[in-house]
Design a protein around this ligand. Structure first.
Ligand SMILES: O=C(O)[C@H](O)COP(=O)(O)O
Length: 229
């Protein structure tokens, strides 16, 4: 049966600066590019190949995908880009330093904002320059679909329709699928695929550039799950 590989983008400039990012379109660093290339080289060396790739509309995921494709000599495969694979929206925290925010609001509050399943960070206010509604890359999305903040539950609810409509059908057709996305959009998928409880998902972390591999049976149940050795 088909294989699914999830890759979180390589280190971004705001990962390096320890800033909340969400839907802000920050690029990867040189270290992040090297992590992405290494992921591709390791996948190729282990005999993996892909028929189709999916990514978000954010350049840290897109560029990571390019590096993986290049390292695997798979620049030619179809790539589908969709905002539903974007990072979880960080609301009014977007752009703030994580350590400074913890110093101001306390470690526990920041842990809740970062890892709780259903507590949203404070929302962007109307007119905030960080609100991306109206940006051409979100042309197909309604006001309700372009968030002003999100908790992980919200992210699950906008990732899953895309999983069902586009990604799962490719796997059912026997295609090997690569997804290059983000820490929290991938946690949303992991929660669904591995049936992780709302409480346990708080402890799940997705490292930059580490391929996470799923083998499926014919009923789309994962039979083997693990990071590339
Ligand atoms: O959006 C971000 O800041 C990061 O990509 C993920 O952040 P987190 O580790 O706080 O969820």
């Amino acid at each position: 049966m088909a294989k699914l590989v999830l890759v979180r983008h390589g280190e971004s400039q705001w990962n390096l600066e320890n800033r909340f990012t969400g839907w802000v379109d920050v690029d990867i660093t040189e270290k992040g590019a090297a992590e992405a290339r290494s992921a591709g080289e390791r996948l190729k060396a282990a005999g993996y190949t892909f028929d189709v790739a999916y990514t978000s509309v954010l350049k840290r995921a897109i560029r990571t995908l390019w590096h993986v494709q290049d390292a695997m000599d798979l620049m030619w495969i179809p790539v589908k880009i969709n905002w539903r694979l974007n990072e979880r929206h960080y609301g009014a925290l977007s752009g703030l330093n994580k350590a400074e925010t913890a110093a101001q609001h306390g470690d526990e509050q920041v842990r809740i904002w970062r890892r709780s399943y259903d507590v949203r960070p404070p929302a962007l206010e109307a007119g905030d320059s960080r609100d991306v509604f109206g940006n051409p890359r979100y042309a197909g999305a309604s006001r309700a679909e372009v968030p002003l903040t999100e908790c992980l539950k919200d992210t699950v609810e906008r990732v899953l329709p895309y999983w069902e409509s586009d990604i799962a059908p490719s796997l059912r057709e026997g295609k090997n699928v690569l997804i290059a996305a983000h820490g929290n959009s991938l946690r949303a998928l992991v929660k669904y695929l591995e049936n992780v409880s709302d409480a346990d998902i708080m402890g799940v972390e997705i490292p930059n550039g580490a391929p996470l591999i799923y083998d499926f049976d014919e009923n789309m149940k994962p039979t083997r799950i693990g990071y590339l050795a």
